[in-house]
Design a binder for this molecule. Structure first.
Ligand code: BGC
Length: 777
């Protein structure tokens, strides 16, 4: 037993901890409390649900006082039903566990009647009648599936992102679910990692905004409302920094990078009042996250004042043994609980070992009671002690699932998520005289793929609208839309050509080809890392043959990660990235291709030229030998011999069917002091002939720091709608604290000095002329 891990919080009463949001019980001051006048304190959050409630405290004091140690450990245990594999029948062992009070929460169980049945076992079968909490991975929709999370982030439309979470909560809660394991707020900069599809991309600022929108969408303003669910900020922390993009792999980053890049979206979720946190599978600084007192107590509780409960990721306590951090499960459980874990997901480590650990003094009663109280508080705040069945309501379920307005919202968010990457010669929108349209490719008529991975209770078989179906439904009289699959996206099918002849013949007899290609739905998501970002299977070869027909080709990409589509960029006139667009995806693609919706998405993640550039992100450091310092082709600068440094498509990039002009940015002043602010303004004009939306982006560079600073950082954005010829002035106000980072002495704050600023349509801004300002002490 590592002595530092033990009894860290012993002596701090559970109540003091539960109420630490305002006062904080940290024994050591957070790094932000530097004496410097430029330090920016990290304010502890105070969500409305965390307000103290004397009645609740008295109720829980009484309840916890009557619980046996075994019953307490039961409340710290989360187990899956086997709904996913065999339908609504729990394995016998689980039923016994529920009836014996050995499990306090269940996941992967839903529908009003099934959750009611399980709830009845808990409240009628157990001594203390403590209700179960039902959790589930409701990630981008529950029944009505929205675009994958990365796609939603590409909308840069926080109302749309929040709407998706709101609809998800309404549907999930109507089926008895209290708690979603979402949002995933892991920043990820490596396209090889399959889970880039589940987050908001590579950026700290955009990721933090999306985190807030999602938490608010799920939880609303009232945890007690039956149409809201508890949200989970996951995976804490730095899971997206897995070495070489291989899932579950080691993470080895500095504390500065952790604090400046990976933690801010989690802090944003806490500020928005997120109710729960989930640990990550990876280690941080040599310690598995589920055993990290630094992450789970020092940062999360003491610095940030988080007041909800922490669940582990799936069996991640058990995994502390193969990590080589615990000698056995008993020790792993002790390390996790003492570090700050409250609930064990699926590993049954607490269930099997914790009573002994407490009895033998390696875990204190106080630590157990603290965790139990956090879990029971959430059950209380949801109103489950008043009515354990309040979410399991068949009538509400009947009235809620797949409401027409939800389907319409899914279609709208899908349209907004799509990014137009190329449109030479205005191939798009499709010309009115395109009478014969060929839809070709393995993703052109595939219901299964439309909803991507982590699609919760989404129906993959019947409900999703494919691109072919959407195009057919949309095409006017006299337009024919025909389909040929042509190619395969399966690994191993590279050499096959069996479908090519039919597809090429169809292309030749058509006016335009819509090639729908990309990755199979489960090639991104968990445990779906790749060392190639190319189109899998024989799609590339078919694409080349389609282009060779001389017919105009539009490539619609469906994928959950950036792919290296360099050949397509060089040879295909139009490319639309559609992610996995969800239940209504085919309609949404048709809306964009036919021009009923003018695309407005921008990339939330950099698209590399090839996999060798990964990890790549727009906010890199300059290095001592930036490529711009040398003549083109100079050797001793930071570059590759065979590939440019610049990516294929930049973060923040995306085209529209119209064009936008940007005036030079102006500043309200040339300097600002510690208590003032500065406003940057530019005028954006729709210089084309169609109405459209533009995401106006603000980037800043801190030229010299006590540690090196990124070449640019997103500090603001606004999505505006403009009619043809219309202009709008967009302003961003910056305060010194917006420029704070982890300084050389590890304090959080800003530094005086010179800054560059751009208002621009993408992160390509760094090549354009900036305005400069000074920040004075
Ligand atoms: C994933 C989590 C998920 C959990 C429960 C894990 O494998 O990493 O994101 O919430 O399973 O399904």
């Amino acid at each position: 037993m590592r002595s530092l891990q033990r009894g860290v919080l012993a002596g701090v009463s559970a109540l003091a901890l539960a109420g630490c949001a305002t006062t904080g019980v940290a024994s050591a001051p957070p790094p932000s409390s530097s004496a410097s006048s430029t330090a920016v304190p990290i304010e502890p959050a105070q969500p409305s649900w965390a307000a103290r409630d004397a009645e609740m405290d008295a109720f829980l004091d009484d309840l916890i006082g009557r619980m046996t140690l075994e019953e307490k450990v039961g409340q710290l245990t989360l187990l899956t039903s086997d709904w996913e594999s065999t339908g609504p029948t729990m394995r016998e062992g689980y039923q016994q566990d529920i009836a014996a009070g050995r499990v306090g929460s269940i996941f992967n169980a839903y529908t009003a009647d099934y959750t009611r049945e399980l709830q009845r076992m808990a409240v009628e079968g157990t001594r203390l009648k403590i209700p179960l909490l039902f959790g589930y991975d409701v990630i981008h929709g529950h029944r009505t599936i929205f675009p994958i999370s990365l796609g939603e982030a590409a909308s840069w439309d926080m109302d749309a992102v929040e709407k998706s979470a709101r609809v998800s909560a309404a549907e999930a809660s109507a089926e008895g679910i209290h708690w979603t394991f979402s949002p995933m707020v892991d920043v990820s900069r490596d396209a090889r990692w399959g889970r880039v599809s589940e987050g908001a991309g590579e950026d700290v600022y955009l990721g933090s905004k999306v985190a807030k929108a999602r938490v608010h969408g799920y939880q609303g303003d009232d945890l007690r409302a039956v149409d809201t669910v508890l949200a989970t900020a996951k995976h804490f922390a730095a899971y997206g920094a897995a070495q070489a993009g291989r899932d579950y792999h080691t993470v080895d980053i500095s504390e500065r990078t952790l604090r400046d890049v990976y933690l801010p979206p989690f802090k944003a979720a806490v500020d928005e009042g997120v109710a729960t946190f989930m640990t990550s599978f990876n280690e941080y600084d040599g310690v598995p996250a589920s055993g990290s007192k630094f992450l789970l107590t020092d940062v999360l509780r003491d610095e940030w004042g988080f007041d909800g409960f922490v669940v582990t990721d799936y069996t991640s306590i058990n995994e502390m043994v193969p990590h080589g951090y615990a000698k056995d499960l008993e020790q792993a459980g002790e390390q996790a609980l003492n570090a700050g874990v409250d609930m064990d997901m699926q590993g049954a480590v607490f269930m099997e070992n914790m009573v002994k650990s407490v009895e033998e003094g390696r875990v204190s009663q106080a630590n157990i009671d603290r965790a139990v109280r956090r879990v029971l508080e959430m059950k209380y705040r949801l109103g489950l002690f008043e009515d354990p069945y309040r979410y399991a309501d068949e009538a509400r379920q009947e009235a809620t699932l797949y409401k027409p307005e939800f389907l319409e919202a899914a279609r709208d968010v899908a349209r907004k998520s799509m990014v137009l990457l190329k449109n030479d010669g205005n191939v798009l929108p499709l010309a009115a005289n395109a009478e014969r349209i060929a839809v070709i490719g393995p993703l052109g008529d595939s219901k299964t793929d439309m909803i991507g991975s982590w699609s919760a209770a989404g129906d993959r078989e019947t409900r999703p609208v494919t691109v072919l179906e959407g195009m057919k439904a949309h095409a006017g009289n006299g337009v024919t839309v025909q389909y040929a699959k042509g190619a395969s996206y399966e690994f191993g099918d590279e050499g096959k050509t069996d479908g090519f002849a039919e597809a090429v013949a169809l292309a030749k007899s058509s006016d335009v080809v819509v090639a729908v290609m990309g990755e199979k739905w489960d090639m991104t998501g968990e445990a779906a890392s790749r060392t190639s970002l190319d189109l899998p299977g024989n799609q590339q070869a078919l694409l080349e043959q389609l282009v060779a027909t001389g017919k105009p080709v539009v490539l619609v990409m469906m994928s959950g990660r950036p792919n290296s589509i360099t050949w397509a960029n060089d040879n295909v006139p139009a490319i639309l990235h559609a992610w996995y667009p969800g239940t209504q995806g085919g309609h949404a693609v048709a809306d964009v291709l036919f021009g009923d919706y003018n695309p407005s998405g921008k990339l939330p993640i950099t698209f590399p030229i090839n996999v060798g550039q990964a990890p790549i992100h727009y906010d890199m450091k300059n290095t001592g030998r930036p490529i711009e310092l040398g003549e083109p082709g100079a050797k001793y600068v930071s570059r590759y011999l065979n590939t440019p440094n610049d990516p294929l498509y930049r973060f923040g990039y995306g085209l529209s069917y119209t064009t936008f002009g940007y005036s030079p940015a102006t500043l309200s002043a040339s300097s600002m002091g510690p208590t003032s602010s500065i406003t940057a303004t530019a005028t954006i004009t729709n210089t084309g002939t169609r109405a459209g939306e533009e995401v106006v982006q603000l980037y800043v560079r801190d030229l010299v720091g006590s540690v090196t600073r990124p070449v640019q950082e997103l500090k603001g954005f606004e999505k505006i709608a403009l009619q043809p010829g219309e202009s709008r002035t967009v302003s961003f106000t910056l305060r010194p604290e917006d420029l704070a980072f982890t300084r050389a002495d590890m304090s959080h704050g800003w530094e005086p000095g010179e800054y560059r600023l751009w208002i621009a349509p993408s992160s390509g801004a760094k090549a354009s002329t900036p305005v400069t300002f000074t920040l004075t002490e």
